[in-house]
Design a protein around this ligand. Structure first.
Ligand SMILES: [Fe+2]
Ligand SMILES: [Fe+2]
Length: 406
């Protein structure tokens, strides 16, 4: 989608087409990735970021930068975590407060009469040179501002930076406003998932919100690297990554079916208690038994298979047809690629997080010991290809750990 030399009708038609595509995405991160990608293509700019409103602040949420962020570990920048107050001091804060688009031809040449100033720290840390900037509030049709999108360094085909054009300033906000409804819906979906997890968390003290956010993010990123190594199509990767993150967050939701006496027991389980605990995988799958969407299907695969092992020694085994009789079921062994990929990846993400975090009954292991253990289990407990993809993106994994603490 681009603005240059095109009729308004064509531009608006293209915007509507992109909005239609956006409506097929569920997870907020995938929605923001698409919104930012399309806005950048439309205005031909090098970089951009999206901040979402959180109370009185804007939380930095998504970023693209063609000059700086390239290669295997580029995703780590997505997990940078900071907030900016909504007030007149910063450019994004002012855009959210005043609800107006701010066009700055050169960030280093502000007149001095503006209420806000340009924060040079990112440029100073990275050596990047911010030039033109278009900062757009993300406003839904009902007038609510859900965030701010900042586009940086519009450039010509030779890469020379220039101010954003009159068409950019007119149409990029139109697109941003239309996309805001989808962004709001993505945030709601994420919140509903977190609430479902909160129910499980209230019952099981080990299942914290931060744990499920981390497992969701690890799973999505490991999948992306696994798929890149296999040379899969970028569009297919993005779509699957979207649903995978949400589904992985619900890996232990079946714990709602386990008795409090067992769930809240301090210390180690007796063998018969551990056996009952294993049923959480089947209960979780039962919640998504009548699959109506790709997301339901993934939720079912992950809930059921996240304790399976590559060598077949995991649990619960195959899912039987009749979920009504779960107690006698799932005794048939399942191994290797017969275990769905989504479950193989979540299995690693979940174990990694359990080892590297402290729990009521254990201290956190040091990182080198955790990685050593995961490599030791490559090909026995874990899918070797999944372990390799995980090892490739350690910078991203660390950034996720840092972002979702608690
Ligand atoms: Fe589990
Ligand atoms: Fe877990």
């Amino acid at each position: 989608m681009e603005c240059t030399d095109r009729q308004p009708f064509d531009i608006v038609r293209d915007i509507l087409k992109v909005i239609e595509e956006l409506n097929t995405l569920k997870d907020v991160d995938s929605i923001l990735d698409k919104v930012l990608g399309e806005a950048r293509a439309m205005t031909h700019c090098d970089a951009g970021s999206i901040f979402l409103v959180e109370g009185e602040n804007l939380r930095f949420w998504y970023v693209h930068n063609d000059t700086l962020f390239t290669g295997t570990n580029a995703s780590k920048h997505l997990y940078t975590d900071f907030t900016v107050p909504i007030n007149e001091q910063s450019i994004v804060g002012y855009a959210a407060m005043a609800g107006t688009t701010i066009d700055i031809p050169d960030a280093y040449k502000l007149s001095g009469n503006e209420p806000y100033s340009f924060n040079k720290s990112f440029d100073e840390e990275t050596g990047y040179r911010t030039g033109s900037m278009l900062t757009i509030p993300l406003r839904t049709f009902s007038g609510k501002i859900v965030g701010v999108m900042q586009l940086i360094n519009a450039h010509d085909t030779c890469g020379r930076v220039h101010p954003f054009t009159a068409d950019d300033i007119q149409y990029a906000p139109l697109f941003a406003n239309s996309a805001s409804v989808t962004i709001e819906r993505g945030m709601m979906t994420r919140e509903i998932m977190l609430r479902m997890m909160k129910m499980a968390e209230m019952r099981d003290p080990n299942e914290t919100g931060a744990h499920v956010q981390r497992v969701g993010a690890y799973t999505a990123e490991i999948y992306q690297q696994w798929a890149h190594r296999r040379g899969l199509d970028e569009f297919v990767i993005k779509r699957k990554k979207d649903t995978l993150r949400l589904a992985a967050m619900l890996h232990d939701v079946g714990k709602v079916g386990i008795s409090d006496v067992i769930l809240k027991k301090p210390g180690r389980f007796e063998p018969h208690e551990a056996a009952i605990m294993k049923w959480h995988s089947v209960y979780g799958a039962a919640l998504f038994a009548n699959t109506t969407s790709e997301l339901d299907q993934l939720c079912k695969e992950i809930a059921l298979g996240h304790h399976e092992r590559w060598d077949g020694k995991g649990y619960p085994g195959r899912l039987p047809e009749d979920l009504g009789q779960v107690r006698e079921l799932c005794v048939e062994e399942i191994a290797g690629e017969d275990i769905p990929l989504a479950a193989r990846i979540t299995a690693l993400a979940d174990v990694y997080d359990a080892l590297i975090s402290s729990r009521v009954y254990k201290a956190a292991w040091p990182e080198d010991k955790v990685l050593e253990e995961i490599l030791r289990c490559r090909g026995t407990q874990f899918d070797p290809e999944v372990v390799d993809a995980f090892m490739d993106i350690q910078d991203v994994i660390r950034a996720i750990r840092h972002k979702y603490q608690g």
